[in-house]
Design a protein around this ligand. Structure first.
Ligand code: APR
Length: 274
């Protein structure tokens, strides 16, 4: 397990290279804001007498057979996210971006909108945003209308009036979230932009992810192939820390986002400031 002085030395060395520092965040950076990852017991969703896992609900197949139940689940999760506040790690990233501008880029898997609400602007939200919706089969993303309550008790069903609000251009709308049976693209999820950022990055920082999804792993592998070091922050080892161990390119900082991100941002603001 590495230390802050080692990370600070690596940051100083990498800041001399061209290219941005690329941050890649997962649900772990929002854990200290109180947003559960829905992978545990609290993630189950009852429809009738059946229990569904997130992997069952977050699919276009589920939406095609039970759209109201899928909307109800997302509106419940939207309420949980709206009830949470950005934490010290989110705020430190805002300060870093303000200090180093275009030398900062963030890719997030999180749909909770906390990076955006904290004020980060250079964000590629590669799995969408729970506060937005788009027409079924369409790309035009709009905010879920104010007339749809943000507090949504578990199991509450849609009223006819609310169902009528969940339309875009007269067409039924769906949550703007990448589902497990769908693919990334540039228009909705910034696929190519994220890989371009990885191809030009001077340093990759990965915070709070199990590395279970495709594009984040492609980003990690592209950086490893280019010899771009990674700083990995996580309470336990993950595929990114194993990649660092295998390649020797970077550091694994075992612990939480709150313990490490503010200090890393401070070191980067000094080293990467133009
Ligand atoms: N600080 C940093 N990391 C943390 C913290 C914390 N306080 N608490 C937990 N973690 C770590 C866990 O150890 C785990 O590695 O955060 C990670 C959360 O993993 P997941 O819940 O799998 O979240 P994530 O990797 O972002 O999931 C990827 O899968 O569910 C789909 O599309 C969804 O974006 C999501 C994607």
């Amino acid at each position: 397990m590495s230390t802050l002085p080692a990370a600070t030395a690596l940051i100083a060395e990498r800041a001399k290279e061209a290219g941005p520092v690329l941050w890649l965040t997962g649900a772990g950076i929002s854990a200290e804001s109180g947003i559960p990852t829905f992978r545990g017991e609290e993630g189950y969703w009852k429809v009738g007498s059946k229990n569904y896992r997130p992997q069952d609900m977050a699919t276009s197949a589920a939406f095609s057979v039970m759209p109201d139940e899928v909307w109800s689940w997302y509106l419940y999760r939207r309420g949980v996210c709206r009830g949470a506040e950005p934490n010290a790690a989110h705020r430190a990233l805002v300060d870093l971006e303000q200090a180093i501008g275009d030398r900062f880029q963030l890719v997030t898997q999180n749909v909770d909108g906390l990076h955006q609400r904290a004020g980060t602007e250079r964000v590629f939200a590669i799995h969408g945003n729970i506060d937005q919706m788009r027409p079924v089969g369409g790309v035009e993303c709009v905010a879920i209308p104010e007339g749809v309550p943000t507090q949504w008790p578990r199991g509450r069903t849609l009223t006819d009036a609310e169902r009528a609000l969940l339309e875009v251009g007269g067409r039924p709308a769906r949550p703007h979230v990448l589902w497990f049976d769908e693919c990334y693209d540039e228009e909705r999820f910034r696929f190519e932009s994220s890989l371009r950022a990885a191809a030009s990055a001077s340093l990759l920082v990965v915070v709070g992810t199990t590395g279970a999804t495709n594009l984040p792993m492609q980003i990690g592998m592209l950086c490893a192939k280019r010899g771009t070091p990674s700083i990995v922050v996580n309470p336990e080892p993950n595929p990114f820390s194993e990649m660092v161990e295998h390649t020797g390119a970077g550091l694994f900082l075992e612990g939480t986002a709150g313990e490490w991100v503010p200090a890393l941002c401070e070191a980067m603001a000094d080293a990467y400031r133009a």
